[in-house]
Design a binder for this molecule. Sequence first.
Ligand code: HEM
Length: 505
Amino acid sequence: MFSVTVTSLLIAVPILWALRAFYRLFLHPLAAIPGPRWAAITSMYGGWYDLRAGTDYTRKIIKLHEQYGPVVRTFPNQVHILDMKSYDEIFKTGSKFHRADNPIYANPVMEGSAFNIREPSAARMRRGIYLPFFSRQSIQQLEPLIQKQMLKFLDGLERKPAGSVVDLTMGFKCMTADVIMEYCFKKSLGFLDAEHFQHSLILALDNWFKELPKLWYFPNVQIFMFHAIGLLPEKTVEKIVPVMAGTMWVKKQCSDRVRELLEAEDVGTTLKSSNRSMFANAISIMPQTGATRITEEQLGSDAYLFFAAGTDTTSNTLAFGTWYLVNNEEARRKLKKELQDYIPNARSDHLRTWQELEKLPYLSAVIKESLRLGFGAVHRQPRVAPDSDYAVHGYTIPKGTPISHSTPAYHLCDTYFKDANSFVPERWLEASTDLEHNMVSFPRGPRSCIGQNLAYAELYLAFAYMFRRFDMKNAGTTAEDMMWTDCIVPVTKAHLKVKLTPVSE
Ligand code: HEM
């Protein structure tokens, strides 16, 4: 009896698989869309790239566009588009497209946070709580909190013996992590105090990002494991899955800080104040925005989202930008000259503000070029048209089909940026509006990046003062080390190591 069942299965499974493959190749609504045959047949075509060390499907998709054109079928039921007109339609203000039902937006660690909300009106309500406090004006008001952590970072570097080799990948991560927590709660987690910036929790965050591709292909296994691990005692988790222990610890810090604020007497009665943290301000205006239904747990998850989204993104742009600069003497010389003229006293405790630094043309060009080639986020951002089919380049994509666009595909494409793979800040000095428009580091539209202004403030302060205060030389980092793979944020093979020497005034 048992052997008959096994035999039937051995025959039935390949037949069903072959029938499904036939349907996907010839009868599926996406059958006419060009792309590799294996990508149309099985999602494990993408997995073959995403799940092996040192490769990823996002980079492969860029190559597929060269071969197949602007619309490519990348999964049995998903397409990827490289066409600015389509990007504008999907990512415009008021766009009806919304986030696809995709494991990228179902990470169990982010459960309850704004990131995992797909439904547009719920997302709008949740984002509305925080958006006022990430406006340009709010960032300028709370800039002293950013500057405090920036100075701590710079002064820490200065105390190292001249010529020290510094792991700047980790240094930038510790700095951005402390800035975002200072901004959110006026209380950093003290990552900058770690010796040589090798903080175990920042390393755990890095490892957590590295695990993400597994979640995309085996979401149920990952979600089950996450909940199962959550039932174990803290000490056991620390021993067997340090990645999770680190993440859970940071999440707990976020939740504790939110609870402290909710329990504080003045919250809900005091008006917005420039002296208070972002979360204190956000919580105090919640009753007026009608957002009081948000739970303490959801606020804690949002705090963790800000921590994760605000750390590795900006720090990656800083690390990549520094990498390009240490290898480009001409650009470094021009930047230093501009900074020396504008910041006569490099070690003053009163830093030039973001608004002041924005006036510097070469610094601004360096930052734009760093954002262009130094990706903060590299993932495919799948969206769906909920109500009607989407017509593009003569193809019809049925409503509900995930349509992805990804930042590197645009930024590395010679159609949009001449000599796209080279670091050329000068391209921004006489930039046309087209060039500005082709930059899609921060998505536009209803799910734009909430932290964009904070990221700019950090980039201006860090690039200006790092290159004003220090001479930097590459300390053996290779282009191979800086190769990234898509883990939502780019994760490089190895870290950026730089020899730092403080400059005399
Ligand atoms: C160079 C720096 C940064 C880049 C390139 C960047 C890029 C992005 C991208 C591409 C997304 C869209 C994700 C998607 O829809 O799939 C996003 C969303 C988001 N970003 Fe950023 N980001 C940066 C810095 C920051 C910072 C400093 C914060 C700190 C608060 C932040 C907070 C967020 C949040 C909360 C979201 C989710 C918005 C939502 O779900 O509606 N980002 N960012």
